[in-house]
Design a protein around this ligand. Structure first.
Ligand code: FAD
Length: 323
């Protein structure tokens, strides 16, 4: 799979942009907020809720961060005025984390204030290892300032993740709120697992630990062994859509499930998402939109050539992955 992915990546520079746009169209809601809102209204009928991502990441000039602060402000207004069951996902490097930490913190705080006023949760996406600790620090800092509606993403492939879960949970108690995924960035063997089974096992162990420590646990994977493991663990713990049986978890969280949810990327394994929803689980779709769809798609595929293979499979065998 990796080899095919690498071949596809090497062909990308000669792929016509219109073709890439057609492919990306499946994974991106559109180039503006209005297209994202229209799409979410349709997907709401499938019992999904959402997290909205304004496309774009690592900026080169701190001034560029202003665009994201203003656009997320529009997103928050729009969630409220359209009564969409959605929260937001931010990339800390798009808000300046790698350029000026103080400015990035103040940008994130500005978004947090408006989100809190509207009872909307804010998820900090996790980027590559350069910002793992810094991103966690932002969450702790915001919680210290009294914003309880924030959490980050942890990556099962990183060696450090179980320790991060323990440390963050000890600090935040039942306010610890995570999205757990494998991690899209192919990190080096010094800091991460690199083989498929090791990554799955580690991610599953992280899910167990989060659930046992009372954390809100958003499982973000389309991989059957991870979803099945999560379902078994939830069943062992007696947790379901109506019950959070843990005595170390928070009472209720705005717009959230009872201690857990399943998350899917827009365009990926819709049938599985619909099945989980019809079985009574809370499902959330990650909805990216914006004009930077080309850069987003190309960067994601370069970072992880397996994605190129998944996308190709979707095109040649569409029945394997319904939107
Ligand atoms: P895989 O083994 O990669 O996928 C399982 C199956 O799902 C594949 O066989 C294929 O059929 C299908 N599939 C998966 N991806 C695609 C695709 N793009 N197109 C078509 N089919 C596909 N990573 C981070 O590092 N930081 C984050 O903040 C982050 N946020 C995420 C948020 C959400 C909601 C989700 C679902 C993922 C997020 N990820 C993030 C990405 C994640 O880390 C994985 O890289 C990605 O989900 C693929 O891993 P998988 O567990 O789905 O398993």
């Amino acid at each position: 799979m990796g080899a095919i992915g690498k071949i596809i990546v090497s062909l990308m520079p000669i792929a016509p942009k219109f073709l890439v746009k057609r492919i990306a169209g499946r994974y991106v809601a559109g180039s503006n907020l209005e297209s994202a809102i229209d799409l979410m209204k349709i997907l709401s009928k499938e019992d999904a809720c959402f997290t909205i991502d304004v496309l774009g990441e690592e900026i080169n000039d701190i001034e560029e961060a202003r665009f994201f602060v203003d656009e997320y402000s529009r997103v928050l207004d729009s969630i409220v005025s359209n009564k969409i069951n959605a929260n937001i996902s931010l990339k800390p490097t798009a808000l300046g984390l790698l350029i000026d930490k103080e400015v990035a913190l103040s940008n994130i705080e500005e978004i947090m204030k408006k989100a809190s006023l509207n009872d909307i949760f804010v998820r900090l996406d996790m980027e590559d290892h350069r910002v793992t600790q810094e991103t966690i620090d932002v969450v702790l800092e915001m919680q210290k300032k009294g914003f309880q509606n924030i959490g980050t993403v942890l990556q099962g492939r990183l060696f450090r993740t179980k320790e991060d879960i323990t440390k963050i949970s000890e600090k935040l108690g039942s306010l610890a709120d995570f999205r757990i995924c494998k991690g899209i960035y192919l990190e080096s063997g010094d800091i991460s697992y690199t083989k498929y089974q090791e990554i799955v096992d580690s991610t599953n162990e992280c899910i167990d630990l989060m659930l046992e420590m009372g954390c809100y646990t958003a499982v973000a994977s389309h991989d059957i062994p991870i979803i099945n493991h999560s379902l078994e663990k939830l069943s062992d713990m007696g947790m379901d859509i109506d019950n959070d049986t843990r005595d170390n978890s928070a009472d209720s969280r705005i717009g959230k499930g009872p201690g857990y949810e399943f998350q899917f990327l827009l365009g990926v394994r819709g049938n599985l998402r619909r099945k989980l929803a019809s079985d009574g689980h809370l499902t959330r779709v990650y909805v990216p939109y914006g004009t930077k769809w080309y850069e987003y798609g190309v960067r994601r595929i370069r970072e992880n050539p397996d994605i190129a293979w998944h996308v190709t499979k979707t095109i040649i065998m569409p029945w394997t992955n319904r939107r």
